[in-house]
Design a protein around this ligand. Structure first.
Ligand SMILES: C[S@@+](CC[C@H](N)C(=O)[O-])C[C@H]1O[C@@H](n2cnc3c(N)ncnc32)[C@H](O)[C@@H]1O
Length: 625
């Protein structure tokens, strides 16, 4: 305890410190910090060093392998990706919230299976990255594995030529015997050469469009854009060296950051951005839709930091259950078991960050006795903002599996009432189990659609709406978000979020002596699920206003975004990011309800005025007639 001096204020231990100390729960992925470093060293030269011919031959060899053995070919493609994908963390716990965590462990096994390229036998990959490794893979089939990197490329380059020369020699010696065959053979060879030349020319053309200022433009043979079409006409970039892609990402980021000085005058900003977004989607494994959507939230350089941070697991944090223990006592008990931990930050009196544990954190006697909840640090924030008080009647509208309900109950010291509602019965099993384990006695579990709540039960002192969301803040936990979300998902989710926030406001009692507050939160970083929803609520319910969240860190909410203008008070809301706060991406907004009367919205007023006007016009018309 107390060994760590260099912490980011407020947030759990920052990534750099963890890298330095090597202590963690947030194990470094090969491509986390080290990925950047590797690419930095290799980057400046790499684009010049990788010669064209081997790269193209490489694709041919892969194709040959795919033709010979489809499974092998598929595995190869996966291997390249696996190399780029971060390794999953070894999970040290399995809480009742831990379904996902089990999956993580399984995924880790899965990724090990295809991850031959990560094995100990891997040659020094730095200079040529996975292109070299692919070569290695191919070369090893030919018992050439003892060649070093440069030899790989040269050998590869000459292999084809040698083959052709040998073919030439053979066919020449045969020519005396059979000149017809000779002509046919020569024409076939010519065709093969032409095809190869065309491929080279195509690669050169594509690449030349993205010569950057950093790369020596006099250098030729800089062929790292190996985009091809597969049989279905899809762009296939699997054979591209991902470390080269990363190098190019860094170059383009540099250019975009110092655009005037470094740009190629023939290329517009939009050209660089298009290339960057495509490269980042490929490198980090996002659908283009999700990459575009998340990228637009940040300035260019910060966007890269965000996507990098999503490749690194967040710290494991536990919350001491003050209904049963004190944080100090809990820490002592766990330290006795060999758990390495310390307070999560000055901002919380109940959080502990776990660095190492010889036992699964979700199976200690203290866990089973309900002395703590395994809970992401970001997940403390909406409850802290809600600040429920003793003897209040409060609602947790979307409560399962209960991380926040149990915290609310603890802050209320098991007094008053917490209605813990969720629309999903299955998820409520975990909620009920957690309430029991944590010794919560002031809660009632309900199973309603939150949108119906004002008709079912109202007059709450405080309402927490931890809304269902796309999960773009928790990509390190659930990488499926990178590819699984579509425009339609966002349309449906934001519609639901709007209805829920209105229901949450309408369920709150503005005349509450102690409260009258609503907290809206999501584990997403998109503006449409956050500021846009809160702005909608302010417009539809002028009887609420935004107030300070009471959280002393976090970035202010956005007041405008890509042509959309939000109310200025949106800056009172708070955003949290993995790359800034080393916690899951999160959003918190706090409303104070001023009146139980819902004033008419501007639209409604206009509609009424129009209706009156129309009625007048109609009656005038009738009297004339
Ligand atoms: C972000 S999770 C809540 C996490 C929870 N607050 C916690 O801290 O453990 C969102 C929850 O909303 C629930 N949900 C989705 N649609 C709902 C609706 N219309 N009404 C009520 N709950 C809903 C989901 O079942 C899910 O459990």
């Amino acid at each position: 305890m107390g060994r760590r001096a260099n912490k980011k204020q407020g947030a759990p231990l920052d990534l750099d410190t963890e890298r330095r100390t090597g202590k963690n729960v947030t194990k470094q992925t090969k491509f986390g910090g080290s990925r950047g470093n590797k690419s930095k060293t290799g980057n400046e030269k790499k684009t010049r060093e990788i010669p064209t011919a081997p790269a193209v031959s490489q694709i041919e060899l892969i194709r040959k392998r795919q033709q010979n053995d489809p499974h092998q070919g598929g595995a190869m493609a996966k291997k390249v990706r696996t190399k780029a994908a971060p390794k999953k963390p070894t999970v040290v716990d399995s809480s009742s919230e831990g379904e996902g965590e089990e999956e993580e462990e399984e995924e880790e096994e899965g990724s090990e299976e295809v991850s031959e390229l990560d094995s100990d036998a891997e040659p020094e990959p730095v200079e040529r990255g996975s292109a070299t490794m692919l070569w290695d893979d191919v070369a090893s089939d030919d018992n050439n594995s003892d060649l070093h990197d440069d030899e790989f490329s040269e050998a590869a380059e000459t292999d084809d030529d040698d083959e052709e020369e040998a073919e030439d020699a053979n066919s020449e010696s045969d020519s005396d015997d059979d000149s017809d065959l000779d002509i046919e053979e020569k024409s076939r060879r010519l065709e093969r050469r032409q095809a190869r030349d065309a491929e080279l020319a195509q690669a050169e053309l594509e690449d030349s469009q993205f010569q950057t200022n950093i790369v020596d433009e006099d250098e030729e043979g800089d062929k790292h854009l190996l985009v091809q079409e597969d049989e279905d006409g899809n762009q296939e970039e699997l054979a591209e060296d991902l470390s080269v892609v990363f190098g190019r990402i860094q170059e383009v980021v540099q250019i975009l950051t110092h655009f005037k000085e470094r740009r190629d005058p023939n290329l517009a900003r939009a050209d660089y951005l298009k290339r960057l977004l495509k490269d980042m989607a490929l490198y980090y494994g996002y659908s283009q839709f999700m990459m575009d959507k998340l990228f637009e939230l940040f300035p260019v350089a910060e966007a890269v930091e965000f996507f990098e941070a999503n490749e690194v697991p967040r710290p494991v944090v536990i919350r001491a259950n003050t209904l049963k223990t004190r944080r100090r006592d809990l820490a002592q008990a766990l330290i006795t078991r060999g758990v390495n931990l310390e307070p999560v930050g000055k901002w919380s009196k109940v959080g502990l960050q776990v660095f190492e544990s010889p036992v699964p954190v979700g199976a200690t006697p203290e866990y089973l006795a309900g002395h703590y909840m395994i809970q992401a640090a970001s997940s403390f924030l909406p409850v802290m903002s809600l600040a429920p008080r003793e003897n209040e009647k409060n609602l947790d509208m979307c409560a399962a599996p209960g991380g926040k309900t149990t915290y609310m109950a603890a802050l209320m010291k098991n007094t008053g009432l917490v209605v813990a509602n969720d629309a999903n019965k299955d998820r409520e099993r975990a909620l009920v189990a957690n309430l029991h384990r944590m010794g919560v006695r002031n809660s009632v579990v309900t199973n309603y659609d939150g949108r119906k709540f004002p008709q079912i039960m109202g007059n709450f002192d405080r309402v927490l709406l931890d809304a269902p969301c796309s999960g773009t803040g928790v990509i390190s936990k659930d990488p499926a978000v990178k590819v699984s979300k579509t425009t339609q998902d966002f349309v449906m989710l934001t519609h639901l979020q709007k209805e829920l926030v209105i229901a949450a406001i309408d369920s709150t009692n503005a005349n509450s002596k102690t409260g009258g507050y609503v907290v809206y939160s999501t584990c997403s970083v998109t503006v449409d699920e956050n500021e846009a929803i809160v702005d909608y609520a302010l417009r539809m319910r002028p009887n609420v206003k935004l107030v300070e969240t009471g959280l002393d860190f976090g970035k202010p909410g956005m007041t405008s975004f890509i042509g959309k203008q939000f109310q200025p008070s949106l800056s009172l809301t708070r955003r949290y990011y993995p790359h800034t706060h080393n916690m899951d991406g999160f959003y918190v907004a706090k409303f104070k309800k001023m009146s139980n009367v819902i004033p008419k919205t501007i639209k409604e007023k206009r509609r009424e005025e129009n209706a009156k006007e129309n009625a007048k016009e109609n009656s005038k018309g009738k009297s004339k007639a």
